[in-house]
Design a protein around this ligand. Structure first.
Ligand SMILES: [Mg+2]
Length: 265
């Protein structure tokens, strides 16, 4: 196996759950690797599709788990949605189906959130763990009246410990599509937009960026869509059989981030 492409990467984008930890259980070698990044002369960003929490919440969580993390080290699908709205729908009235944390995140980007107006220009949906019927009702009304439909992340479910799942953003969108006939534009992984924004902000070209994660259809697909390098770790939801069956293979498959660290240090 030739690791030149991997070793040539300047920036590593890490998925979190299933890659660095599961729930509150941090994987062996994960913290050591993250603390070694400055010594390796490389940059890193924690990249998540979870739009139920704000970037600030992730900084707190990662620090609590013993990982290094500053503001510039976190990028969420919620943050990507804020940037996308500013670029593509500046000044638009946005109706949000999302958590209070997502609401704060969008406000921090200067997004104009719906405040009782007759209609909204854009309906934005996230992983809304605070969902109530009224939000669905308004969203369907605005979508049927022609509002654009933007979704933070396409995940159907969010994995939980002991094999449980929570209904995620993709499932909420499926309900809204059924009622309105409108399909959303998804912002998070595997949309290459996540990598493109980071490349623009850091000045590092996509081919020098490496995406590390445990899911083929999000973490690896985003790398492939963006022309970045991909590393699948087998510490999460994907096993070797699933890799063998995959149409598009990751550039590298490793047991865990511990082996990744050994290869790039
Ligand atoms: Mg994961």
């Amino acid at each position: 196996m030739n690791y030149d492409k991997l070793r040539g990467c300047e920036l590593f984008l890490f998925d979190m759950d299933g890659t660095l930890y599961l729930g509150d259980e941090v994987y062996e070698g994960a913290r050591e690797m993250m603390f070694d990044f400055p010594n390796m002369g490389r940059k890193y960003i924690y990249l998540t599709n979870n739009s139920s929490r704000a970037g600030e919440d992730y900084i707190q969580r990662l620090k609590r788990l013993g990982f290094p993390c500053e503001r510039e080290n976190v990028f969420t699908s919620g943050m990507a949605t804020g940037l996308y709205l500013n670029k593509n729908h500046p000044g638009a009235v946005v109706y949000l189906v999302g958590t209070q944390a997502f609401r704060r995140e969008l406000l921090s980007y200067g997004v104009r959130l719906w405040d009782g107006e007759e209609k909204a220009d854009v309906v934005v949906v996230g992983f809304d763990t605070e969902l109530v019927y009224e939000k669905l009702n308004y969203a369907v009304r605005f979508l049927r009246a022609g509002a654009a439909f933007i979704a933070a992340n396409p995940d159907w479910v969010c994995p939980m410990p002991a094999g449980q799942v929570l209904p995620d953003c993709g499932s909420i969108c499926a309900l809204l599509t059924a009622a309105s006939g409108v399909e959303p534009t998804y912002i998070g992984k595997p949309n290459r937009n996540m990598v493109d924004i980071i490349s623009n902000q850091t000045g590092i070209p996509n081919e020098k960026i490496c995406c590390v994660g445990d899911r083929l259809y999000t973490d690896i697909a985003v790398a492939q869509n963006a022309g970045a390098v991909s590393v699948l770790v087998l510490s999460g939801e994907t096993d070797e059989e699933m890799v063998n069956e995959a149409e598009r293979k990751p550039d590298y498959v490793l047991p865990s981030v511990k082996e990744l660290h050994a290869l790039i240090r």
